[in-house]
Design a protein around this ligand. Sequence first.
Ligand SMILES: Cc1ncc(COP(=O)(O)O)c(C=O)c1O
Length: 398
Amino acid sequence: MIYLDNASTTLIKPPQVAQAVLTAMQSLGNTARGAHGYSLDAAGTVYEAREKLAKLFNCKRADHVVFTANVTQALNIAITGVLKKGDHVISSDLEHNSVLRPLYRMQTEQGVAVDFVPADARGNVNYADFQRLIKPNTKAIVCTHASNLTGNMIDIQRVGEIARNNNLLLIVDAAQTAGTKAIDMQKLGIDILCFTGHKGLMGPQGTGGMCIAEGVDIRPLIVGGTGVQTYSKAQPDRLPTLLEAGTLNGHGIAGLSAAVDYISEVGTERIASKEASLMRRFYDGVNRIDDVTVYGDFSRDRAAIVALNIGASDSGEVADTLFEQYGIAVRAGSARGNRALSDSVFRILTPRKKSTGRSLPCARSRRIFAVTNPLLKYICQTKICTDFKTTEPQEETL
Ligand SMILES: Cc1ncc(COP(=O)(O)O)c(C=O)c1O
């Protein structure tokens, strides 16, 4: 099996992650719901995980690491908890719908004004646009660290400087970079770092969270069920409890904690450099194949994602063939969640219909990440996925 869908979720985790989940399931009580040993063990396990994540992302306070079910939930809490009626927010064309939908919702339901920094033909932003779009009522900048579609990164340090100089909050979607790129919240000027546990962090699904800088106020999205200050009508106002209504995924967090141990031991720099060299090899190879179009900018630091089309092949069909006949898992589809697809970058990413010369409508387009035989052959010949495969693909079957 060759698994090439790590941008969606990592399939092969360090074995100690599953072991930690199993141990937790057999031994942990509920965090913050009792004074017996099982409950205290749970609280200790969760707190340790906060400490490890605070260290990994250089978040000043471990109690400002809040656990959620995934990055989508974290982004919803951040966006709805920071913005209010009359505010203006700046985002970018590179965003996933985990950022877009909460923003659009705030726009329609709360009258929050939203502007997007456009992406150019290679899927890059112009940093001057962040400055240009600032208004007197701008409250925050919300942007991704890396596009899940093109792999292009946004230079968060540059955006952080703009945010700091203009007294704006910076909320970052680190779904595609947490665990695979070094992220130093304080150095980058991030106020709320949202991450998911099941991708590059290699933890279990159902884990994620946010690291919050000191002095940032966030209204909780859901309240109740904390087991803390039970008689109070209001949600406890201190982090992390303020934003953690209901029982935490203690078992998953135990697994995430083991995953962070693994990542810290190996080192994000080493992981980033390994990923970059695999990606470069893959890119250099596929880019030479006739009819392959690769999207994104490979001339600068980027996430290890390669989006491509081969002619007019349907990506869904190709992905099915790849999986059914060769055991290769790739992501097919139009990645419709991305604003980039429906706006500037979409025009470049969508292949043109040969007969009419018109762009395919988004809903019909299943061509992003399309893969056909030459690519398959390349994958197998170069053994690009050595680290991830469990069986060797047979070249003669190509
Ligand atoms: C950039 C980006 N943001 C958000 C998400 C949503 O992640 P989750 O499903 O873990 O909430 C993804 C998932 O692919 C992503 O790539």
